[in-house]
Design a protein around this ligand. Structure first.
Ligand SMILES: Nc1ncnc2c1ncn2[C@@H]1O[C@H](COP(=O)(O)OP(=O)(O)O)[C@@H](O)[C@H]1O
Ligand code: SF4
Ligand SMILES: [Mg+2]
Length: 318
């Protein structure tokens, strides 16, 4: 479906080259949910932006391939990419308020991809927008269609973003922290909605989050990112039952668990912070925070190994 191969996306900055995404490889099969997880700054959003080539001007894709629809998105001419963006591949962002245009009604904005990519007239577009608003669970669509983003709650705005994204029935939906700005109840509703949409449209979903709890409930397979690299990748059940990388083990240990009472267990946060992707350590990038680090870990950069079929780990001791 979509296959990301050895993707490297770097930023040129006055301080030097920022290796934000540094050799990332994964596949999102048709109709499946693939989770991309990691702490803030590890390169999740830059990976997503690279797929659609909507990167900031100081970014460049240094190497790699993004195979989709028999083409390589890294090399496709801009005009061809414009026919894919918001059509065959659509993206849902974390902050609907900054992604929605405040001066246009939500009906107008949801209709836009339909007009651009499917050439629908006003009347046909309105009918489809009504259907979409119902599909994403927005009550009273006849009224809502004329409203502006500021008149909606955060949860409703996120539903509008989803309606926009699924309007053209994309083959791939990329959701970058789609529920981070929402409270827990609304978050669960939005995740249910995404699952329902995937089931009815057959879209593949690349779900980006810093929250492993969300992945446990929704993803078929998962990749854990650290400092621009994938450090572990497996089917979701495997990753949760047999985490092999010390970073994954640390993330799982820091998940709040409910034990009897309704109070979450104390968090075991992993000490230290993600290294800046500028002047990265030579050897294992997790070494400064790793309790299992030995001399060999800092001597050479660990390669990815397949420790069981489909279970990839970048750690010499896993
Ligand atoms: N415009 C930019 N210029 C320089 N560095 C950037 C820029 N945007 C992002 N980065 C760096 O790229 C890295 C990855 O960022 P990002 O993909 O946004 O992380 P996240 O996993 O939180 O989504 C971060 O270290 C960030 O500082
Ligand atoms: S390679 Fe060494 S430092 Fe890196 S995660 Fe594995 S044990 Fe820890
Ligand atoms: Mg991000």
């Amino acid at each position: 479906m979509v296959s990301v191969e050895d993707l490297r996306t770097y930023f040129d900055t006055p301080e030097g080259i920022v290796r934000a995404v540094d050799g990332v490889r994964f596949q999102v099969p048709r109709g499946k949910v693939f989770g991309l997880v990691g702490e803030s700054g590890c390169g999740k959003s830059v990976t997503a932006l690279s797929i659609l080539r909507v990167l900031p001007p100081n970014a460049r894709i240094v190497s790699g391939q993004i195979l989709f629809d028999h083409g390589d998105l890294c090399r496709l001419p801009e005009a061809a990419l414009q026919r894919i963006r918001g059509n065959r591949i659509a993206m849902i962002f974390q902050e609907p308020l900054t992604s929605l245009n405040p001066v246009f009604s939500i009906g107008y904005q949801i209709a836009e991809p339909l007009r651009i990519h499917q050439g629908l007239g006003r009347r046909e577009a309105v009918t489809q927008v009504m259907d979409l608003l119902r599909a994403v669970g927005i009550p009273d669509p006849e009224t809502r269609i004329r409203e502006y983003p500021h008149q909606l709650s955060g949860g409703m705005r996120q539903r509008v973003m989803i309606a926009m994204a699924i309007a053209t029935r994309p083959a791939l939906l990329i959701a970058d922290e789609p529920t981070t700005a929402l409270d827990a109840t609304i978050q669960a509703q939005i995740l249910d909605l995404l699952a329902e949409i995937r089931a009815t449209t057959g879209s593949a979903l690349l779900l980006i989050t810093h929250d492993l709890g969300i992945i446990a409930e929704t993803a078929d397979a998962v990749a854990i990112m650290y400092a621009g690299e994938i450090v572990e990748q497996a089917a979701t059940t495997t990753l949760f039952t047999h985490p092999a990388h010390p970073y994954t083990q640390g993330l799982l240990a820091s998940l709040p668990r409910h034990e009897g009472g309704d109070r979450p267990r104390r968090l075991h946060a992993i000490p230290g912070t993600v290294p800046k992707p500028i002047n990265l350590p030579e050897g294992c990038r997790f070494a400064p925070r790793c309790g299992r680090c030995i001399e060999a870990c800092t001597a050479a950069h660990p390669a990815v190994r397949e420790i069981a079929p489909g279970h990839l780990v970048r750690c010499i001791r896993a």
